[in-house]
Ligand binder design. Structure first.
Ligand code: XMP
Length: 515
């Protein structure tokens, strides 16, 4: 059965949680798409969704520029769930009263269910913590609505239309702090909207294989492998579909971490039997980088050289018509300029992206997936954990972690330090929880003493951050013990380093990488 034939549309009103709602829906094995709040009616009819969710948003329904929509949508008979601002909007559309509360309610609250015959079937009263984040609340029920739940602070925290399948909740069922939030969402999706739980990664793989075969026919496909999760999963998935019609190109720019280039060969060529062209051109990159210290210049040099080499290799592959890109769903969500935090801020860097290369058509097999789903696809395809759980690694590689001039000698110092950081982070069981953890080699020398000797050597900085998407980040409170072991090991084992410091800056105002 087509796994897309049932879908939920999530109308984005600018909530920071919109993508989280989508991920919760997908985790409930229901396919969904995020659309802007002003999604045209005819497109909605074409999409023919099983249900609609209105996200929250940073507005008050009375703001002159608040995002609104036409009441028409509520008359279609499609089940609707409004969350936070989404519920206030429903109340507003049906002429209820929404007012600014004297005190913003933010954080945990206890939900008191008044009617458990519908959205709250089987609700456990003893696990009633929900997460609130709002400035407005409903004070008068809209026409033909009944109340399903309240809290000590708010009289109407969940509402339902008496005849139509239209629901609203003031709290956020999508965040983990709402203890039974997933259950409430699933009830809406499965029972109220009637969606079958058939969005699984196994069914995604089966359908993608069919779609790739159909699109590609007997043509050849090229994939640029970086070793990262996205391009790796895209390559293996495509290989499942078209076998030897796929050729992967891997450019070893000499700026990778210890052992990484070999690992790629081993995994893709030996294990998966994928045709792999390896271009070992590290020396070309290093020559071009000689004496360059400006971070932007470094990035440009590496990016240009990469495209140049990739193009050289791609041209050698006869009859290639398609190029794979590891685009993911968050890159393609159509965002509107509601001034909410979910409005996509595009990242400034995309080294490794190959725009308009040699007239190839683009194939984006992961375009519908969130990162966590990509990992599940990788797992389903039998890919090694090491690839599936790899932390993000920047296209310009270690060049932007060797601050100042990049030389082979300095790369070696950084590589050895980096191995220790990763080993110890993994040993402490922290690798998967942390967004990125790495070493940076600074362009300063400091004085130390080893044995009885004075030293004048390099400083290595440790960076470990947590982040949802790389756009903002906070430094990780690593246990002192882990910091101590990493520092001791680097200073003892890496010649040329006599000091280790820990970076305690968040993003913004700092960035994750030092350059
Ligand atoms: P910053 O340093 O801007 O990094 O906070 C945010 C995320 O992007 C990664 N990054 C890059 N990725 N090419 C890439 O493909 C680049 O030039 C690049 N610069 C930074 C960084 O590792 C982090 O995950």
């Amino acid at each position: 059965m087509d796994i897309h034939h049932q879908k939920i549309l999530i109308y984005d009103f600018g909530s920071q949680y919109t993508q989280l709602i989508a991920r919760c829906v997908r985790e409930s094995k229901v396919y969904c798409e995020i659309v802007p709040y002003n999604f045209p009616m005819e497109k909605l009819m074409q999409a023919n969704p099983q249900g609609i969710i209105f996200s929250g948003g940073p507005f008050s329904v009375y703001d002159p520029n608040a995002p609104r929509l036409s009441k028409e949508i509520t008359a279609l008979g499609i089940p609707i769930l409004g969350i936070c601002y989404g519920m206030q909007l429903i109340a507003h559309l049906f002429e209820g009263e929404v007012v600014r509360t004297p005190k913003r309610e933010y954080g945990k609250a206890e939900l008191l269910v008044d009617d458990d015959s519908d959205l709250f079937q089987g609700f456990k009263a003893e696990e009633n913590v929900v997460w609130m984040s709002h400035g407005d609340q409903i004070t008068e029920l809209p026409c033909k609505f009944t109340s399903l739940a309240h809290t000590a602070n708010a009289p109407y925290v969940a509402i339902k239309h008496q005849q139509m399948p239209i629901y609203g909740v003031q709290f956020h069922p999508e965040v983990v702090h709402t203890v039974q939030g997933r259950k409430i969402l699933q009830d809406f999706l499965h029972r109220i909207c009637g969606c079958s739980p058939n969005w699984t990664m196994a069914s995604f793989i089966t359908e993608s294989i069919r779609a790739i075969k159909k699109k590609v026919g007997d043509k050849r496909v090229i994939c640029g492998l970086s070793g990262g999760v996205d391009s790796s999963v895209a390559a293996v998935l495509t290989h499942e579909a078209i076998g030897d019609q796929l050729t992967c190109i891997f450019v070893d720019n000499g700026l990778l971490r210890e052992g990484e280039a070999d690992k790629i060969g081993e995994t893709f060529e030996k294990y998966f039997n994928i045709k792999l062209v390896k271009s070992c051109t590290g020396s070309r990159f290093l020559q071009k980088l000689a004496k360059v210290t400006d971070p932007e210049k470094k990035r440009k040099i590496i990016g240009n050289e990469f495209i140049y080499i990739f193009e050289e290799e791609a041209k050698k592959i006869q009859d290639a018509e398609f190029l794979i890109q590891g685009t993911l769903y968050p890159d393609v969500i159509e965002s509107v300029s509601v001034k909410g935090p979910s409005a996509t801020i595009k990242s400034h860097h995309n080294v490794g992206g190959l725009p308009d290369i040699v007239n190839l058509q683009i194939l984006e097999p992961l375009r519908e997936l969130f990162k966590d789903e990509v990992r599940l696809v990788g797992k389903e395809l039998g890919m090694p954990e090491e690839i599936i759980w790899r932390q993000p690694f920047p296209g310009p590689g270690l060049a932007i972690r060797v601050i100042g001039e990049v030389t082979e000698e300095r790369l070696q110092i950084l590589r050895k330090s980096d191995v220790i950081v990763l080993e110890e982070i993994k040993r402490a069981g922290l690798y998967r929880q942390i967004w990125q953890s790495f070493a940076v080699l600074l362009p300063v020398k400091t004085v130390g003493v080893m044995g009885d000797e004075r030293t004048y050597d390099n400083v290595v900085a440790l960076r470990a951050v947590n982040s949802m998407d790389g756009m903002t980040a906070d430094w990780v409170r690593l246990p002192y013990k882990v910091l101590e072991i990493i520092s001791n090991r680097i200073i003892n084992e890496v010649e040329g380093v006599n000091r280790v410091v820990y970076d305690i800056s968040s993003k913004p105002p700092s960035t994750i990488e030092w350059e």
